[in-house]
Design a protein around this ligand. Sequence first.
Ligand code: G3I
Length: 377
Amino acid sequence: MKTRRELLTLMAAGAAVASTTRIWAQNSPEPAAIPDVTGPNSLRAHAEARDLLVGCAVVPEKLTGEPDYAALVASQCNILVPENAMKWPALRPAPGKFNFRGADTIIDFASAHGQKVRGHNLCWHEALPSWFAATVTKDNARQILAEHIRTVAGRYAGKLHSWDVVNEAIDPKSGLPDGLRKSPWLEFAGPDYIDLAFRTAREADPAALLTYNDYGIETDAPDETEKRAAVLALVRGMKKRGVPIDAIGIQSHLKAWNPEPGNGLRDFVRELRQIGLRVFITELDVDEKKLEGSDAERDSAIARIYRDYATMMVAEPNVDAILTWGITDRYTWLNGPKWARPDGKPQRCLPFFADYRPAPAFFALRDALDTRSAPHS
Ligand code: G3I
């Protein structure tokens, strides 16, 4: 009698090639050669050959309900991150109630496929549960935050690669001291809420790499350069106060029309290495809503951005992981109304198309992984 985990493993491993064939047969106008991108040809194999982690954000319902999606995630990733399943609304339907079903599904899937898991995220100004505004006050915010972190990080202690402990706390446009973002946590728990979150997370799970995660710090645009400096000042201050922090998450939601990342990002990663911090590329995708041209021309431009960005990043020895925010265009957040293309065409922003065929971005990312110097034997 096979356990659930053994069945999961068999299903995904066996379905990996079969599913690709099935999907292609459904979606290809004429029989097309199906490049086999599983096994030794997968992102996972190319990453592991260089001691790198590669993966994506996942949705638990699709891992259990969609074999094609599960097979793709199993074959391509050695690290996963919940897109939403570990955020407050998913975990806490009511102030005194926790629901770990989605998060546990991801942990189980990863365990069955030898994959690591990132936690995302313990403290954020967005994705606050519906009961938050009516419940949290200056008097109880610190206790509620600490209790949340102790309960959630404690439940998964020893099982996670890393936690995004605090997400997006810097926003120089706010004009607040230290470039802190105007956040309910800052308002109710005070300016040291970040320190509180990291200290509590370390106590709850000493094994997880504690990460500060943010976006809009990738290019040499003046606002991004300013934000990067504020993030660096934040982490320098934390280190000075003895606050436990191990890594920085650079979300990397790149924009196909923006100036590509340049020396500022590279220098930032090197400064982080100087102060002993690891770097994870945590939410890589390419918003191409303003790209014009044929699908092939768009795909080629997007692939080049993946190639250039990932090549620059894996050249830095303290960059350990690259996760894309989703794995197939079919489910990208960038198909939401706010990011829709003016021509109404779906975004082509991830390594796999909506029909699960590998996009040029897949091959570009895989080539970039190969540029990482092989691990010292
Ligand atoms: O689960 C509910 C469902 O029950 C309800 O019927 C439905 C309609 O209201 O909403 C569903 O929740 C949605 C959730 O995604 C799950 O689909 C939320 O409304 C929606 O706001 C949420 O959006 C997510 C967003 O973060 C906010 O949490 C996106 O999927 C997710 O891709 C996005 O990811 C963020 C990272 O966490 C942080 N970095 C930026 C990145 C992109 O915004």
